[in-house]
Ligand binder design. Structure first.
Ligand code: URA
Length: 209
């Protein structure tokens, strides 16, 4: 069973409160999501392995550590996932970014891929799939399945807010994918919104409502 990491650092929780607030305008919403994504990048890289090195300071040679060359890929699910990419890249500038677009088939209600552009060396990278709102989990589950079908193995999921229903569905579908979230909210309503949530993340990021 995968692990769920609740990113409960006070700075993240403080900013999440303003992200949720319906009075927060598009500009502030976008900036806050960006900041939280940077802080969450700090949490999601906590297990990155280090290797020993030495460095010459002005006065001596120090035993030191560096990250041991792990290559990362960020995979935002369009469109709300885009809102977290720049914030993560601030801490992980060498990461490459792939994009996945999915729509829900009106007849089957299943997610269908309409766009996928991945780094050419995606199979060598540890991937962070970004879906700010883990609601039913349908899109994130399908996106991760698509990556696995292409041969990707090391995958983590980053979201801002998760519904318990989405966490359960994700853990059942992908028990090897750890979930990083700033909150697990109460439930999913009949319209597919996370309660209390923050509304539609895409609309609030891009001012389309
Ligand atoms: N997607 C959103 O943007 N908000 C929700 O509450 C659920 C899914």
């Amino acid at each position: 069973m995968s692990k769920v990491f609740l990113c409960d650092h006070p700075l993240i929780q403080h900013k999440l409160t303003y992200i949720r607030d319906e009075r927060t305008n598009t500009k502030d919403f976008r900036e806050l999501v960006d900041e939280v994504a940077t802080l969450m990048a700090y949490e999601i890289t906590r297990d990155v392995p280090l290797e020993k090195t030495t460095v010459k300071t002005p006065v001596a040679v120090a035993e030191a550590k560096i990250i041991s060359g792990r290559m990362l890929g960020l995979i935002p699910i369009l469109r709300a996932g885009l809102g977290m990419v720049d914030g993560i890249l601030k801490l992980l500038p060498a990461a490459k970014v792939g994009h996945i677009g999915l729509y829900r088939d009106p007849d089957t209600l299943q997610p269908v891929e309409y766009y996928a552009k991945l780094p050419t060396d995606v199979l060598e990278r540890e991937l962070i799939v970004i879906d700010p709102m883990l609601a039913t989990g349908g899109s994130a589950i399908a996106a991760i399945q698509m990556l696995k079908n292409r041969g990707c193995k090391q995958i983590k999921l980053m979201c801002l807010i998760a519904a318990p229903e989405g966490v359960k569905a994700m853990q059942e579908a992908h028990p090897d994918v750890d979930i990083y979230t700033a909150s697990i909210d109460d439930y999913l309503n009949d319209h597919g919104y996370i309660i209390p949530g923050l509304g539609d993340a895409g609309d609030r990021l891009f001012g389309t409502k």
